[in-house]
Design a protein around this ligand. Structure first.
Ligand SMILES: *Cc1c(COP(=O)(O)O)cnc(C)c1O
Length: 433
């Protein structure tokens, strides 16, 4: 049995201080068994909890830790930076270094503005798009997450209503109605929407690699068509690359699919484990941001030295070590091992993968849109999650969360993990199917 007494006790205590005992909802383990684990330490591909258990980590702090936990180069650069002070609220050389590293190695960006979270990046990108175009409507896609931005916590209206309704209390109806929600992977729905509303739409925002509601693999043609339609109608295309940026390649999905978005948002990896986000684009677009332009945006701790140091150490190491082909190769071989087993046993399951992101689905067919996911199958994930925890493997605590592989995950880690995942699938889905 997995010893979880200390985590359970700490979680009870946390409930006194924090709503639901947490500072971000999915951490509460509502969709899986048992109390959340209180992690006290991470090293490489492993995390260690307060009860003394160790787990191979496929969550990687939800994606930022592409170099694994406590990478020596990040930690030593942070120590060096820390000794000089944590924040000055002024420009700094470290900011210049990270700005240079990114803009010189990313073909789709001339200029960037650093903020402190992915949500803030998206919020600012939406304002920028509205400011530049002078239009108010935003189009988003069902199954894409863009942080907890008011305008984007919106789902499709019921029945024939075109305009969205909010998915959270506290968002004015008038604001939600400025957002149109379309299904992914559906060129016709896009055409129908544009035929009616194109002249009011400031921007279309999409996760080009949707990875917050399963990994919804998009056809490159769908994304290219989106770009084409945006150009034709004078609508800005925002790629929300908070997960895919610096994950599926240094140039993210823009580079992978060879598509020039008007604005790209970043978070997660760009901060190397510190709170950082950013939005970026051509000089033509970015000159509209204050103080150069009239779209206001600011931040007390934006581009603080600690954040810039962790981001710089991470991105520099990714480039220097030519990490991406190796990450991809490792991930593909891990995924094949599990897929072969699934096929042999004939399970209604499969693994969707892109770069070093993977997601276990409970259907035979590839899933490209949110409504193709059968929510009732999440009971299966819950059982698998529990079995894997007992086998010292930590997955994100919901069947809608993707897994991440870091440069710290070794071949041995992954071979053993694949065996354990196959065993868990056998136990939960039945060996004699
Ligand atoms: C995580 C995420 C966000 C929000 O970033 P936070 O740093 O959690 O605010 C926005 N968009 C996408 C695609 C994300 O994955």
């Amino acid at each position: 049995m997995l010893q979880r007494d200390k985590s359970a006790q700490l979680f009870e205590e946390a409930k006194r201080y924090f709503p639901g005992g947490v500072n971000s909802p999915v951490r509460a383990f509502k969709s899986v068994e048992g109390p959340p684990l209180f992690i006290k330490r991470g090293a490489g591909s492993y995390i260690h909890d307060e009860d003394g258990n160790s787990f191979l980590d496929f969550c990687c702090s939800w994606g930022p830790l592409i170099l694994g936990h406590a990478h020596p180069k990040i930690i030593s650069f942070l120590h060096e930076t820390l000794d000089k002070g944590t924040s000055f609220g002024t420009p700094s050389v470290l900011g210049n270094q990270l700005g240079k590293l990114i803009t010189e190695n990313h073909r789709y960006i001339d200029q960037i503005r650093f903020v402190s979270s992915g949500t803030e990046a998206v919020m600012s990108a939406v304002r920028l798009a509205r400011g530049v175009t002078g239009k108010d409507y935003i189009v988003k896609f069902e199954g894409c997450y863009h942080g907890h931005v008011d305008s984007l916590m919106v789902k499709a209206g019921s029945g024939l209503a075109t305009f969205g309704t909010s998915t959270s209390a506290g968002i004015p109806k008038e604001l939600a109605e400025l957002t149109i929600v379309l299904p992914l992977d559906d060129d016709e729905a896009l055409d129908a929407c544009l035929a009616e509303h194109a002249e009011k739409i400031a921007a279309i925002i999409i996760e080009p690699v949707p990875a917050n509601n399963g990994l919804l693999l998009q056809r490159p043609e769908f994304l290219r068509n989106l770009k084409k339609k945006c150009v034709a109608h004078g609508i800005l295309l925002i790629f929300d690359e908070v997960i895919s940026g610096f994950r599926v390649g240094f140039e993210g999905a823009a580079g992978l699919y060879n598509i020039q978005p008007d604005i790209i948002t970043f978070g997660k990896i760009i901060g190397g484990g510190m709170p950082v986000g950013a939005f970026a684009g051509s000089r033509e677009i970015m000159k509209n941001i204050a103080p150069e332009g009239n779209v206001y945006q600011a931040g007390t701790l934006s581009a603080n030295p600690m954040a810039m140091a962790a981001g710089y150490a991470t991105l520099k190491e990714l480039l220097d070590s030519k990490a991406y082909p190796k990450l991809e190769k490792k991930t593909v071989s891990f995924v094949h091992q599990i897929e072969n087993h699934i096929r042999k046993k004939g399970f209604d399951a499969g693994i969707q993968q892109l770069g070093s992101i993977f997601w276990l689905r409970f259907s035979k067919e590839t899933i490209r849109a949110a409504d193709q996911i059968d929510g009732s199958k999440m009971e299966i994930f819950k059982k698998i999650h529990s079995k894997l925890l007992h086998d010292n493997i930590y997955m994100g605590p919901s069947g809608y969360e993707v897994g991440f592989i870091s440069t710290a995950h070794t071949e041995e880690d992954l071979t053993l993990a694949a065996e354990k995942i196959c065993r868990a699938l056998d136990e939960v889905l039945g060996q004699n199917v």
